[in-house]
Design a protein around this ligand. Structure first.
Ligand SMILES: CC(C)(COP(=O)(O)OP(=O)(O)OC[C@H]1O[C@@H](n2cnc3c(N)ncnc32)[C@H](O)[C@@H]1OP(=O)(O)O)[C@@H](O)C(=O)NCCC(=O)NCCS
Length: 148
């Protein structure tokens, strides 16, 4: 697998929508992001969008692996690459928002992320349609952070 950086026009939108089902929201942050694509055998199998905040502080605002390629370790490898990439930008902090339940929470904590706060009603306030997973409606967001 190799990793390439692309601009917003070249970004794999369908992949980004796997992690964030609100196209308007994706369009609002994508032009401000650095975008990394994971490529395997010529296929775009994963994507990460990194949004800069204050100097040295980055948000991993979108991370997704193509459904056909999930559960093969690509997400963990891409996340490690993103962490190293952020360090290489002289970043000292990487944060992200995720749901309050689900395998993603373990996935990020395994990479060292810690829960920092709860953003109540985030999924109710920012998404036009209810977001369901495992028969539960997402309501609140957890903010996770990794000090680099
Ligand atoms: C989260 C995501 C990027 C992980 O990528 P991945 O390539 O599947 O991850 P990995 O193969 O490295 O697996 C990481 C762990 O998550 C688990 N996992 C991945 N997908 C899962 C699923 N759908 N259900 C349950 N567990 C899952 C894996 O089993 C693995 O755990 P293990 O090591 O104990 O077996 C990917 O599942 C994805 O794109 N999901 C949809 C978008 C999304 O939710 N993005 C995150 C937004 S916060």
């Amino acid at each position: 697998m190799n990793f390439i950086e692309v601009n917003a026009e070249q970004a794999p939108l369908q992949l980004l929508y796997e992690a964030d089902p609100n196209p308007d929201k994706v369009a609002s942050y994508l032009p401000r992001c650095r975008i990394i694509v994971a490529v395997e055998d010529g296929n775009q199998v994963g994507v990460a969008a990194l949004l800069p905040h204050r100097v040295g502080e980055w948000e991993l605002i979108n991370l997704a692996v193509s459904p056909d390629y999930q559960k093969k370790g690509i997400g963990a490898t891409l996340l490690e690459y993103v962490i190293d990439w952020t360090r290489a930008q002289k970043g000292y902090y990487l944060g992200l928002g995720t749901g309050t339940f689900g395998y993603q929470l373990a996935f990020y904590q395994r990479a060292g992320f810690r829960v920092e706060r709860v953003i109540r009603n985030f999924f109710l306030d920012h998404y036009p349609h209810p977001v369901w997973e495992a028969g539960i409606q997402h309501q609140d967001m957890l903010w996770l952070g990794l000090k680099l």
